[in-house]
Design a protein around this ligand. Structure first.
Ligand SMILES: Cc1ncc(COP(=O)(O)O)c(C=O)c1O
Length: 369
């Protein structure tokens, strides 16, 4: 028989065999040893609100039913929370899922999307997967270079611009005023995707008022970070009703599970828990900054639940990563220059912060010889 078999599309055949992230579980399998401190993915190690845990536990016994594909109760609560209408919200399996929908809905194959070089990679993964072209703009002064991003968008007639605010991996943020000016400097037919995964940790001035009425702005939020529900996979997009209508045509309607919906709803109602956790993370950022100062490693200012320790150059950052991994600490390094001189560490609970401080001291002593 001739060697004939079903072929993937040319687009898929041409994609590199990469994933956005190698997960700590895969690293543990490779190492043959578990991590003792998991501070590499900016999850909230504080976990979900106890009320959310209770709601998810109760949902477990209802799992024989499909969940509400309209995510109605959660969208109603979010609409109330943000003072927008139900039609301006789509719930998905995290921002990662929603980024895919945005790319699929708004980026023709061959059209250009603009992002910062070394920014959150899942956006890039979707752009490649849907046949788009990426234009990457280097960070400047350890922050997104809004002027250069806008210039790149105009030069390439980009249809999408991706911006995380606050940003991962730098931890920096642009003010609502700067974001407004940025939006105005983009072509009118270019959609700005504002990824607000870390917005709950940031000062109020980082968040433009939520009106969801600008057809050139799509915002994304998640229950993975401040709400401590990364494993539940749930987040939402805020945009115009027309934009969300486009998402409705292509989203996976039963993709968000029942426990995630129940947990998110309960989390949203527990503002006290959120406030307490955000305050503890702010203390933790200060502790990491002080630790860096003590050890002669500067830290980048951060409006998120992680801190970048600046090792000065990529080789030294890689050595520190290896020394921390050796001590069973999972952290990550930004992938592209100039930020690959840093090691990025999640701000965990007080005991984890103390354990990390010990590990960092030991790892640093090891690489300094
Ligand atoms: C900037 C940014 N966006 C999105 C995500 C993922 O969000 P979700 O868990 O909602 O898919 C992350 C997670 O690290 C992130 O750093």
């Amino acid at each position: 028989m001739a060697d004939e078999r079903p072929a993937t599309t040319r687009l898929v055949a041409g994609l590199p065999a990469t994933v956005p992230f190698v997960a700590p579980e895969a690293m543990e399998r490779q190492r043959g040893r578990p991590f003792q401190l998991r501070l590499g993915a900016n999850e909230s190690t504080f976990g979900p609100s106890p009320r959310a845990v209770e709601a998810m536990r109760a949902a477990a016994s209802e799992m024989r039913w499909y969940a509400d594909p309209e995510n109605y109760d959660l969208r109603a609560a979010l609409a109330q929370h943000h003072q927008v209408s139900l039609e301006q919200i789509v719930v998905g399996s995290g921002i990662d899922d929603l980024l895919g929908l945005a790319v699929r809905a708004y980026l023709e194959p061959g059209a250009t999307a603009v992002t910062s070089l070394g920014a959150y990679p899942t956006f890039n993964y979707h752009v490649a997967g849907y046949g788009g072209v990426l234009e990457r703009v280097p960070y400047r002064d350890d922050a997104n270079d809004l002027t250069a991003l806008a210039e790149a968008a105009r030069r390439t007639s980009a249809r999408l611009v991706y911006l995380a605010n606050p940003d991962n991996p730098t931890g920096s943020y642009a003010s609502a005023t700067a974001l407004h000016a940025f939006r105005e400097s983009l072509p009118d037919d270019c959609l700005l995707i504002l990824d607000e995964a870390y917005i709950e940790f940031a000062p109020a001035e980082a968040a433009p008022p939520v009106g969801a009425d600008d057809p050139r702005l799509l915002r994304m939020r998640t229950f993975s970070k401040a709400y401590g529900m990364a494993g539940a996979r749930i987040g939402y997009a805020l945009g115009t009703a027309e934009m969300m209508g486009a998402f409705e045509k292509i989203r996976l309607h039963f993709g968000v599970n029942l426990a995630a919906q129940a947990g998110a709803l309960a989390s949203l109602a527990d503002a006290d828990y959120l406030r307490g956790m955000v305050a503890s993370v702010a203390e933790g950022r200060d502790e990491y900054t002080a630790l860096g100062r003590e050890l002669g490693i500067p830290t980048l200012p951060s409006a998120t639940n992680f801190i970048c320790f600046d090792l000065g150059d990529a080789a030294r950052a890689r050595s520190l990563m290896a020394a921390l991994t050796e001590r069973d600490v999972f952290v990550r390094m930004p992938g592209a220059p100039p930020l690959d001189r840093c090691v990025r560490v999640t701000v965990g609970m007080p005991a984890e912060r103390a354990a990390f401080a010990d590990a960092l001291r030991a790892a640093l002593a090891a690489i300094n010889g």
